[in-house]
Design a protein around this ligand. Structure first.
Ligand code: ADP
Ligand code: ZN
Length: 230
């Protein structure tokens, strides 16, 4: 397997919101974590934030849980409140990577307003292209750490000790919404509600597209190369 990428001394500071778009299972989470590590900025995954709320049993978590398990979207105002609070924190000053957000047109529009108040460069969206059948196969193989959200894949990248997260030692399981019947609904939700977000960024000249069907390390290299050329 290829060596993991190290942050090259030449990496430019990010200084923007980098938005990863793509179907569920397209690799947003995996790539977002890596790219955030390379640029040393926070990785903001709304899915992880909701799962944290569910794990902690907060009120927000109990509202989100049944929606997530049915493959539908949590209402915009809940997501937006959470994101708005998060990007206002100090650690986001040098930029951040958004994963799983925005997922609807109103979320994208509101994000642009929020960003216009922050001293950052124009946001960039990267669309990871993977076809639906590949996505269904990938999600069937996906396992996730219950504690830190680290992502594993049967066949490609499993924990060194079975069932135990390499990063934090937490328990690695299949997400309840990664069961096949839920995945089909999530894909339908994606095509219906999130595809328009891709067009939103395309129209605004803020969209980059990347083949997400290759191995993790290859996509990572391609993504990084793309970003350093911008
Ligand atoms: P994936 O990208 O693999 O589908 P995520 O972890 O990003 O999964 O999201 C899991 C679930 O959390 C979604 O199916 C949805 O119910 C909820 N969710 C996450 N982000 C958002 C968002 N921006 N807007 C609405 N719901 C969201
Ligand atoms: Zn973990």
């Amino acid at each position: 397997m290829a060596e993991p990428l190290r942050a090259p001394a030449s990496a430019h500071p990010l200084l923007r919101a980098l938005i990863l778009l793509g179907a569920p299972g397209a690799g947003k989470g995996t790539q977002a974590r890596e790219v955030a590590r390379l640029y040393d900025v926070p990785h903001l995954s709304t899915g992880d934030m909701f799962r944290e709320h569910v794990a902690k049993g907060t009120e927000l978590g109990s509202r989100a849980k049944p929606i997530m398990e049915s493959g539908k979207l949590v209402p915009d105002e809940i997501v937006l409140g959470m994101v708005e609070e998060r990007v206002a924190r100090k650690d986001c000053a040098a930029g951040f990577v958004l994963d799983g957000f925005p997922r609807t047109l109103p979320q994208a529009e509101r994000l642009e307003e929020i960003l216009s108040c922050l001293p950052l460069r124009r946001a960039l969206a990267v669309n990871l292209l993977v076809d639906d059948e590949a996505v269904v196969r990938r999600i069937a193989a996906r396992r996730t750490c219950k504690s830190c959200g680290a992502i594993y894949s049967a066949g490609e990248k499993m924990p060194r000790v079975a069932g135990k997260c390499d990063v934090c030692g937490g328990t690695v399981v299949q997400r309840p919404d990664d069961r096949e019947e839920v995945v089909r609904q999530r894909l339908a939700t994606y095509h219906e509600q999130t595809r328009p977000v891709v067009e939103f960024y395309r129209r605004r000249g803020q969209l980059l597209e990347l083949d997400g069907s290759n191995a993790i390390a290859t996509v990572q290299r391609d993504l990084f190369a793309l970003l350093e050329r911008v």
